[in-house]
Unconditional design. Structure first.
Length: 115
């Protein structure tokens, strides 16, 4: 029974997580709604003009990188919150089931002992 409950919880978490935020593939988490991570530009040193163009590219990259980073953080936080919420709910449900069976077992034992 516990294995079935655990399996159900894992499936629920995986299904909801994929639908709302990041993705876990081969043990690596990545955001799903942030697009691709911006590629770091190269600093050109061949001339002043090339250098100035690379600085411009770096400034643009920084803006894109900040946007990507904010998205990544938001998705990670959403996943963490969802996983924590579902784990807490599952633990609570399991504790309730354990207490119920314990109470029923004790009641049955007391009934049989009184005969």
């Amino acid at each position: 029974m516990i294995q079935r409950i655990f399996f159900t919880a894992v499936i629920m978490v995986a299904t909801v997580s994929v639908g709302t935020a990041g993705i876990i593939t081969n043990g690596t988490w990545s955001p799903s709604g942030c697009g691709t991570e911006p590629v770091v530009p190269v600093i050109e040193q061949s001339s002043v003009d090339a250098y100035n163009q690379s600085v411009k590219a770096i400034n643009e990259w920084q803006q894109k990188a900040n946007t990507y980073n904010t998205c990544l953080i938001n998705e990670a936080n959403a996943d963490n919150a969802l996983i924590a919420k579902m784990a807490n709910e599952e633990q609570s449900r399991l504790r309730t089931a354990i207490e119920k069976i314990k109470t029923e077992t004790m009641a049955a034992k007391a009934k049989l002992d009184s005969k």
